[in-house]
Write a protein that binds this ligand. Sequence first.
Ligand code: ADP
Length: 447
Amino acid sequence: MFQKILIANRGEIALRVLRACKELGIQTVVVHSTADADAMHVRLADESVCIGPPPSRDSYLNIHQIVAACEITGADAVHPGYGFLSENAKFADILAAHNITFIGPSGDHIRIMGDKIEAKRTAKRLGIPVVPGSDGAVTEEKEARRIAAEIGYPVIIKASAGGGGRGMKVARSEADLVVALQTARSEAGAAFGDDAVYIEKYLEKPRHIEVQVFGDGAGRGVHFGERDCSLQRRHQKVWEEAPSPALNAEERAHIGGVCARAIADLGYSGAGTIEFLYENGEFYFIEMNTRLQVEHPVTEAITGIDLVHEQIRVASGGGLSMRQEEIRFQGHAIECRINAEDPRTFTPSPGTITHFHTPGGLGIRVDSGVYSGYRIPPYYDSLIGKLIVHGRNRVECMMRLRRALDEFVVDGIKTTLPLFRDLVGNADIANGEYDIHWLEKYLAEED
Ligand code: ADP
């Protein structure tokens, strides 16, 4: 097992990883920018190293500074959290070259999944169902027309190097296609420095369902069921739940089994999430994230398993602590992402939190790095905390969530709490009837 882990992140996820390390008796080092000197993860860590000024590129994304912090403190492993360097293959390779363990998959697996065309090809080879579309990059107009006619309109053109929902264009007819192809390519070139694009069938009303997987790097793979993350705004997840209200036990076991086998065959090591669009009973792979996800606590709530413990254990060579048959699903969990944003316009609302009171009681978990008197720096994302609620079934979970939202107090800044208070009383949400467009339509109607 590791003696000392360096946490290369900030905010709630840095605290989340720190808690797991403390439980395992592992020493902790955190790195931070000058803007985060007061942060909770800095206060609670055994050691901290200031690695630079506020902008992420000079601090949390500065590989040299982070490697130097490992050398100075003698850390033998790095947990990257999510975002920042968590899916940076070069970072994983550099750590390996310095004999520091990256708590995550190999640089090669990160690289494959970071290229969407390569990822889709790999998924298909591993027996994962994919969205019908082009086999690889498409450059010629003629070829694009042929593929679109074959799969049928509407189609979506996506950037191979894309991320965060950027670089996608929908074409509803052949007339749209030429313009969409050109715009997608020039946007992809400008945003990612790579203008490779590919074509897929555009699904009209899918749900976003993702499967949590784990590999031991030596040919074993397990799945931890799915999360439904269909409630999104601008392709950003807002509310996540497990299990999905749309799946039955048979579908769950089927898609979970397919994913676990794929992970085993790939020789993948650590935590991963295989994302699908789900429509009319069919799953369509869209991408794989090679890291821990923001929404991992809903899976922890229904399985009772600490996924960060598991990541550390696998990375240290201890293998997976359980077999598939030992992973059981109990009850229902929902996570609300609480952002420092206006609940209607979603403009960021940094500032000082004058009063912060979190709900408690059975089945409530709040993962947050903020406190009364904390000043939210304007440099980073606006997530200030996650409320995760667990109940014996979805009805109980919703009752408890409504109560917890009532108890939650954040004064001094605007937050998205009022949005969740509205959602929890909505009939479609109560019935679990929503697709990936539901939230945007709801917000447009409210205006
Ligand atoms: P990114 O990496 O940029 O987030 P994804 O491939 O994960 O890109 O897609 C982001 C979102 O775009 C999906 O959650 C979904 O809302 C939409 N999307 C992607 N592919 C399709 C498709 N074939 N049909 C309909 N919507 C899609």
